[in-house]
Each structure stands twice: as C-alpha cells, then as structure tokens.
Ligand binder design. Structure first.
Ligand SMILES: Nc1ncnc2c1ncn2[C@@H]1O[C@H](COP(=O)(O)OP(=O)(O)O)[C@@H](O)[C@H]1O
Ligand SMILES: [Mg+2]
Length: 261
C-alpha cells in the first residue's frame, strides 16, 4: 500500500476542518493572580494534518491539548472538533468523544502498572463496551501494529521506555480515533527510540489519515515530522508555519526495524 494516497479524508475542496479553535482562553485564578495559560488562540486544522505545537515551558501547550481532548473546559472561546462544539456536548457525549474521537499519549506513558500490556491496551474497549469476543482480536491487532504482540503478558515495568510508549500508542489507537493528541511523546526517550516512536506516529497519520497534534519543545523533532509548526508564547499563537520538509513517510524497513514481530 502506498503511503502517499491513503488519507481517506483528503480530497474535498471545502473539507470541514478537523479542528477549529476560536479565540480560545483558559485562565486560572491563583489567589489574586490570573494566569492566562491560553489567551485568545484561533486555529484551524485540516483533516489528516500533522501539526506541532511548539513553545517554551509554560507557554500553554498542554493546556491547549487538554482542551482539545475534552479534559478541560475553556474560560472563553470554543473548540470545534469534526464539526462539533465540545462545549455543547452533554457529559455522556463528552465521554463518548474522549473514548472514540481522540486518542492521547503522554510523555510519561501513563500505563496502569498493575495491568499487563494486553489489559492496558484493551481498557478503552472495555469502557466502550465492546463485546468480549471482539476484544482479544482487536487488542492483538493493535499490539501487532506497534510490534509488541510477544510482550502482551508483560507488565509495563518489564518494558523499556520506548516499548511502554508503543503500548500507550496501541491503547490510544485501539478505538480508531480520528485525532491523536500527543504531549511531549518522546520527552522521556533517547533520540533513537524517540525517532522510532515518531516514525510510527507519522505512519499512522499517513496510513490511517489520522489528524495529529503533537506538543513538543524540540524544534528539530517538529521540523522532521510535522507539516505545520505552531508557536505559542504566553498563551498566544505567535507563528504558524507550513513545513515542507516533513518526512512524507519513512521506509517501512527503517520505521519497523527491530519493532515488528
Ligand atoms: N491547573 C492549573 N492551575 C494553575 N495554573 C496552571 C494550571 N495548569 C497550568 N497552569 C499554568 O498555565 C501556564 C501554561 O501551562 P502549560 O499549558 O502546562 O504549559 P506548557 O505545556 O507549554 O509547558 C503555566 O504558567 C502553568 O503554570
Ligand atoms: Mg506541557
């Protein structure tokens, strides 16, 4: 399968934005101080686009990501994902959104230590009340995608950092989300392992047509993988650049070296 023609959401000339953020604000009140973590950000992301949110520590990157994930609510402004305004969703709809529309990965992997690899990956399927008879197959397929089928009965603590992040990716993707949100996904990994993870994310972006928003403070990483670089400073969007240098895709032999069964 060619990587270059797989985005199912490409094509229509007036395609709706995957994400539309309008005058988004998230202010925190700390005693008498008002922290403007996100301060009037507007942004539209096309379906299948891979964007990087860059900026110094404290610039508001994670706050934006959490608002996109529906984990937090804006002080003002709106977040519209796939045409739905998150503020208009009921609790149940928001729970459904978090479970089905978005997948999330974090710097610290956030796996449940007492569960096996397979149980961690399967968890969103249980929340989604997917039939037991289907869960094993889906879990196996997700683990195969990240090359970790042979480790399914291990605990996270028995895996390397890179392997743990691959498990987290499998878990994030198991409900086939249209949107992958990644907060410093390589922050705890050495550069070689980080590259392996990023190649996988880019592969999923291209092969599954998944929109990716990655938070990072590493400009080089963003330049290598993201098609668009958005810079935040003090909660404000300060630049929005198209990056023509983003890898179209990595040859599978490189991307999967040592990571496929
Ligand atoms: N729950 C919170 N309560 C108060 N202040 C917060 C909270 N979360 C983040 N902040 C503040 O908002 C600003 C942006 O934080 P964050 O979005 O985590 O930045 P980044 O991810 O770019 O490092 C920082 O000044 C941070 O201290
Ligand atoms: Mg952060």
């Amino acid at each position: 399968m060619s990587h270059l023609q797989t985005s199912p959401t490409a094509a229509p000339a007036i395609a709706a934005s995957a994400i539309r953020i309008e005058n988004l604000c998230r202010h925190y009140r700390m005693g008498v101080t008002l922290i403007r973590a996100v301060d009037g950000v507007s942004l539209a992301v096309r379906p299948g686009e891979f964007i990087a949110l860059l900026g110094a520590s404290g610039s508001g990157k994670s706050s934006v990501l959490n608002l996109l994930a529906g984990l937090d609510r804006p002080t003002a402004g709106s977040v519209i994902v796939q045409g739905r305004d998150l503020a208009q969703l009921s609790r149940e709809e928001l729970a459904h959104y978090r479970l089905h529309t978005v997948g999330m990965v974090f710097q610290s992997f956030n796996l449940i230590p007492s569960m096996t690899v397979a149980e961690n990956v399967e968890l969103p399927l249980r929340f989604a009340e997917v039939d037991r008879s289907e869960r094993d197959g889906m879990t196996g397929a997700a683990l195969a995608r990240v090359g970790l089928q042979s480790r399914m009965n291990h605990r996270p603590s028995e895996l390397s950092g890179g392997e743990q992040q691959r498990v987290a990716l499998a878990r994030a993707l198991i409900n086939r989300p249209q949107l992958l949100l990644a907060d410093e996904p390589t922050g705890n990994l050495d550069s070689r392992t980080g590259t392996e993870i990023m190649n996988m994310v880019r592969e999923f972006n291209l092969q599954l047509g998944m929109t990716v928003v990655m938070v990072t403070h590493e400009r080089a990483l963003a330049e290598r993988y993201a098609e668009r670089l958005i810079h935040l400073a003090d909660g404000k969007l300060v630049s929005d650049e198209t990056n023509v240098l983003a890898v179209p895709t990595q040859p599978l032999s490189t991307a999967s070296e040592g990571s496929r069964p």
